[in-house]
Design a protein around this ligand. Structure first.
Ligand code: PSU
Ligand code: MN
Length: 307
């Protein structure tokens, strides 16, 4: 713990909640810097924090600032990350030690948010979409570090499924191999981020936050390493037409290949391109699904404190 405090800053409000056994929900910061344009990114991040509070939990947005691992950042710091956008380093697990040693800023991906949340003892995390196995990974080997983190770090991640920029079937296979339960909230079918359907099945359907909390606490009690993935379909009224969005994604992938974009630039490029192709509609859907996930994660975190 002492070694950790050399690097880790937990906001007083978050630490008080943890000490009192009150619900805390972690939130990521790559979604702010790389997932959405300014100013919608900042507006969304602040609205998500409010949703968490309105649903009875304390929000802890996670980032690296001046080399400090931050669990809970201020409005001003959220605004700073949002304005800096792509100039902030997208920080996955492998980037953490060097950025910290160099005292730089970093936006935390799902993997890094899980890592830092676990250091602070935060066990529930809400985001939009996770990284996964990319289409064509059988030759590129492009598999997000988010999946490995789910395999080893004890944090429950609430997301809206995986986008069709990924190979959903291979992503599910990978999670199965790594022993990560994939739960569908009130659905048997894996949601595909912008749409409620994907054609793939989740491992288990659970219908209440209490049931999810129970399953998650059982995994923790058993001392099993790794996280759990809760997939929460985008609300019907905001979901996009499946055929239309898949066509837009195909087009974005083609353009990305033509430009030779690879590695960590892939996901941010595709998100921005899909937004342009859809004339901003995909951004509206993205914002709404994040709100929906923040609410569910807060409900689960509250249930964990009740049980
Ligand atoms: N998917 C989204 N929005 C995002 C991301 C993914 O819809 O902002 C971000 C998350 O931070 C996620 C990361 O952890 O992209 C995955 O990147 P990569 O595939 O390079 O691991
Ligand atoms: Mn990748």
């Amino acid at each position: 713990m002492n070694q950790l405090s050399k690097y880790l800053d937990v906001a007083p409000e978050v630490q008080e909640a943890l000490d009192a056994g009150k619900p805390v929900v972690a939130l990521e910061s790559t979604i702010i810097s790389h997932g959405m344009p300014y100013p919608q990114n900042v507006e969304t991040a602040l609205a998500v924090e409010k949703i968490v509070r309105d649903n009875g939990a304390v929000p802890a947005t996670i980032a690296i600032l001046g080399g400090r691992l931050k669990v809970g950042i201020s409005k001003e710091e959220i605004d700073y990350l949002g304005r800096k956008g792509l100039d902030v380093i997208k920080t996955s697990r492998r980037d953490v030690p060097v950025l910290v040693a160099k005292k730089e800023d970093g936006a935390a991906t799902v993997a890094t948010t899980m890592l830092i949340a676990a250091m602070a003892g935060v066990k529930v995390f809400a985001t939009g979409g996770i990284g996964g196995v990319h289409r064509g990974a059988e030759t590129t080997m492009d598999i997000s570090a988010d999946l490995e983190e789910l395999a080893m770090t004890p944090v429950l991640v609430v997301c809206a499924g995986a986008k069709a920029i990924l190979d959903l079937g291979l992503t599910l296979e990978y999670l199965e191999t790594k022993g990560v339960p994939v739960i569908g909230y009130q659905t048997e079918e894996l949601p595909a981020f912008y749409t409620r359907k994907s054609g793939f099945s989740v491992d288990y359907r659970l219908d209440t936050p209490a049931q999810i909390a129970q399953a998650w606490m059982t995994k923790l009690d058993l001392g099993m390493k790794g996280g759990m993935l809760v997939t929460n379909p985008i609300p019907e009224e905001y979901s996009m037409d499946c055929e239309y969005i898949n066509k837009c994604i195909d087009q974005a992938i083609e353009e990305m290949k033509a430009l030779g974009i690879k590695g960590k630039q892939t996901t941010p490029y595709l998100l921005a391109k899909v937004k342009d192709i859809t004339g901003g509609d995909s951004l509206d859907a993205n914002i709404q699904l994040v709100y929906n996930n923040a609410k569910l994660a807060s409900e689960i975190a509250c249930e964990m404190c009740r049980q």
